[in-house]
Design a protein around this ligand. Structure first.
Ligand SMILES: Cc1ncc(COP(=O)(O)O)c(C=O)c1O
Length: 388
């Protein structure tokens, strides 16, 4: 087959109608807001879980250009995937790894979180075998009750780290359980426990003590220590509705989720709509079909409980959200709406706006889960200018 014939068989560019638009200028803005909060301390942004659903590669790439070159990931597989995609960063691996991952962690130049002697031994062995060193972050459980060594075992564990050739104790860290709550009593108690661990770790030459997530960056300044690990806030989302620091209001959402009308369906009054007929038209209705569904991460739990922006107005979603499609009642726009028109699931259109928090409230969950649930089959498009 000739090259020309080959080209004819190959579609130019095929992308789904529903897309995530990433306003990377807002990511940069949010990083500046956070930098001000921590008074210039290093920030190690969390790009785990596909950058909270935003798309880890474009997010990591922009963070690197902004000079943030230590990025937090969940596990070694995420570090490997990002490295494979050309992201040349130092990955701090937050979850405990198993010894079988030691070689990959060292090869990739990761900075793993450690809290077991078994892993310490495996990392030291891998570093020796590869002729390298491995910087680690010792994790202390100050009250999250999830991962880490007990505060009274910190001294002994640091001694063990120091006794393992090739292991460099880069940092000591902990994680908050309740920093997003209005009552900060438990967070203050956790910070004090951590302070005791940090004092011991300083004698071992650690470079960084770090504890603050987004909520603590805003509201627990005494926990800023030497560096912070913001996640949700870099994406312009508030860690909770009860953050007191007014700087949280300056965050700008990075993500918009949009699609276009694929089909317009005229239905008579009394017609059942979508699976189970969970909605029935009360009048002759014009319904817009959007090619986005729970297979893209638009939760089925939002069925009959969601507004979509079309023609600059809020239009009610009707019937069950299915795997690949969703119906919206656009009867009010009859004569002013066409196939191909834009529909906004998250973001702005005209004067109207649907936020991630609105969807989270409707679902009875947190904004973290809404964005993290957006599936990888949805293309992520980086918006370069200030607005598109
Ligand atoms: C250990 C650790 N540090 C930092 C973060 C970032 O938290 P946030 O997204 O609330 O800023 C997370 C998130 O889950 C985490 O697990």
């Amino acid at each position: 087959m000739t090259d020309q014939a080959n080209d004819r068989n190959r579609p130019q560019q095929v992308e789904r109608l529903n897309r995530i638009y990433l306003h990377l200028d807002r990511l940069e803005h949010n990083m500046r807001v956070l930098e001000r909060c921590v008074e210039g301390r290093p920030l190690w942004p969390c790009v785990k879980a596909n950058a909270y659903g935003h798309g880890a590669v474009p997010i990591a790439r922009r963070l690197l250009t902004l000079g943030h070159n230590r990025l937090a990931v969940a596990d070694v597989a995420e570090a490997a995937a990002l490295t494979e995609s050309g992201i040349d960063a130092t990955f701090m691996v937050l979850a405990p790894a198993l010894p079988e991952h030691a070689e990959a962690l060292v090869t990739l130049g990761c900075e793993p979180v450690v809290c077991t002697l078994e892993m310490l031994r495996a990392l030291s062995g891998a570093a020796h075998a590869l002729g390298r060193t491995v910087p680690v972050h010792v994790k202390v459980d100050t009250g999250m009750g999830r991962i880490g060594i007990r505060p009274d075992g910190v001294g002994e564990f640091l001694e063990a780290c120091a006794g393992h050739p090739g292991v460099i104790i880069r940092g000591i860290m902990s994680h908050f359980a309740r920093a997003d709550e209005a009552d900060k009593a438990f967070s203050h108690a956790q910070t004090e426990v951590f302070r005791g661990a940090v004092e011991q770790a300083r004698a071992f030459g650690i470079e960084y003590a770090h504890m603050a997530n987004s909520a603590a960056i805003f509201d627990v300044p005494e926990a800023h220590f030497d560096a912070a690990r913001p996640g949700v806030s870099i994406y312009g989302l508030a860690p909770s509705a009860t953050i007191a620091n007014p700087q949280v209001q300056e965050l700008e959402p990075v993500l918009e989720w949009k699609t276009r009308i694929a089909f317009l369906n005229e239905l008579p009054a009394g017609a059942g709509v979508s699976y189970g007929h969970a909605y029935r038209t009360a009048r002759p209705s014009l319904l817009a079909v959007l090619l986005v569904g729970y297979g893209d991460g638009l939760s089925r739990g939002l069925s009959n409980n969601l507004d979509v922006l079309i023609g600059g107005v809020r239009c009610p979603q009707v019937g069950r959200i299915t795997m690949d499609s969703t119906l919206v009642d656009v009867t009010a726009l009859r004569g002013r709406v066409n196939t191909g028109d834009e529909a906004v699931l998250i973001g702005r259109q005209g004067d109207e706006r649907v936020t991630v928090d609105e969807l989270a409230d409707r679902l009875g969950t947190i904004n973290y889960e809404v964005v993290t649930g957006i599936q990888t089959r949805v293309p992520r498009i980086a918006v370069q200018g200030p607005e598109h």
